[in-house]
Design a binder for this molecule. Structure first.
Ligand code: SF4
Length: 325
């Protein structure tokens, strides 16, 4: 049985080879879409899409140099650094997100890694959001095992930490932390018993081979991330020029489809870049197996389609928000 056909036979594999993944990307588009949609409906209701809300609880002033990021202090992007938000203010936002239909509330802080004092405050946020009956996710930078254990104790469901791109292309994008640093954080999170949210970004000048490399890095983790955000780069003024490259929507849809086939049980999240995406492209992403989106007017610091636009799109496509498990 060839590799793509084997992918339909369900059990998540962590032994994908780059050649197998490249073969999936190279499939004729209708064949790729059919296979991805088949895998999708074997594991999920294809009419349901999870909606999450992302709040920046500590914005800007980050010492890291991720070339795509508006919050790095290395670039003049106009984003003002702010302090960690008060717990009450975060919980008010979480209540509003819940009322708007979000089932998961994600909180992001622009840190290299959290300080212990700040982690106490984040743990209080996690406890408060949990008490509202929502799933919780945070992204705080690199974590030690001890910090991961504290977050788990506070009730954290998911930790987001992306691999961004392939191991070979990574140093073109970030120099202040290594690929291995990222893998170490993912391991600490996994060992603490927290679900992993980990994906990457396309449209950063990477080659087709780098896209294969990113999927390979994700799909060969010992356990697949439960959530795999696939982002399209949103070019931020002030970040390194020339990083953004025009992204063919069909290439983006292929990325979603290959993520779906190689990580059959993961939530594949259509993340940053939806603001610039046509409804048709988003619809193709849902056909290709994307089953999670971010809702709300902002994704950390970049614009995102308003909840109304998403409601209309869902209605048009006959999709409904996924209820909490
Ligand atoms: S670590 Fe996060 S907040 Fe900091 S520059 Fe990188 S992506 Fe931006």
């Amino acid at each position: 049985m060839n590799a793509p056909a084997r992918a339909l036979h369900d059990t998540p594999r962590s032994d994908w080879t780059r050649a197998e993944i490249a073969a999936l990307f190279a499939l004729p588009f209708p064949e790729l879409m059919f296979r991805a949609a088949s895998v999708h409906r074997a594991h999920f209701d294809p009419t349901q899409v999870q909606t999450s809300t992302l709040l920046s609880v500590k914005t800007g002033g980050c010492p890291e140099d991720c070339g795509y990021c508006s919050q790095s202090s290395k670039y003049e992007t106009g984003v003002k650094a702010s302090k960690l938000m008060a717990v009450d203010a975060v919980l008010a936002d979480a209540r509003a997100a819940k009322a708007a239909g979000a089932s998961r509330f994600c909180m992001g802080a622009a840190w290299r890694s959290p300080k212990d004092k700040d982690l106490d405050q984040v743990c209080a946020m996690v406890e408060g959001v949990k008490a509202l009956g929502m799933e919780t996710c945070v992204t705080l930078g690199m974590l030690t095992s001890g910090q991961a254990a504290r977050l788990k104790q506070a009730g954290l469901d998911y930790y987001n930490h992306n691999l961004d791109t392939s191991p070979e292309y990574y140093s073109e994008i970030v120099t202040t932390r290594s690929y291995q640093d990222r893998l170490d954080t993912l391991e600490a999170v996994r060992d603490a018993g927290i679900h992993v949210c980990c994906g990457g970004i396309v449209g950063m000048g990477e080659s087709a081979n780098d896209r294969v490399g990113l999927i390979h890095a994700l799909a060969t983790l010992p356990t697949h991330p439960e959530s795999v955000p696939i982002n399209a780069l949103v070019q931020i003024e002030g970040t390194p020029q020339g990083l953004a490259t025009p992204l063919d929507p069909i290439d983006f849809v292929r990325m979603i489809a290959v993520a779906r086939i190689t990580m059959p049980k993961s939530m594949v999240r259509l993340s940053a870049g939806r603001e610039e995406m046509s409804q048709e492209t988003q619809a193709m992403c849902f056909l290709a197996g994307a089953n999670s989106i971010f809702c709300g007017p902002k994704l950390l610091t970049t614009p995102n389609p308003l909840a109304d636009a998403d409601r209309q799109l869902f209605e048009k496509l006959g999709l409904s928000p996924m209820p909490l498990p």
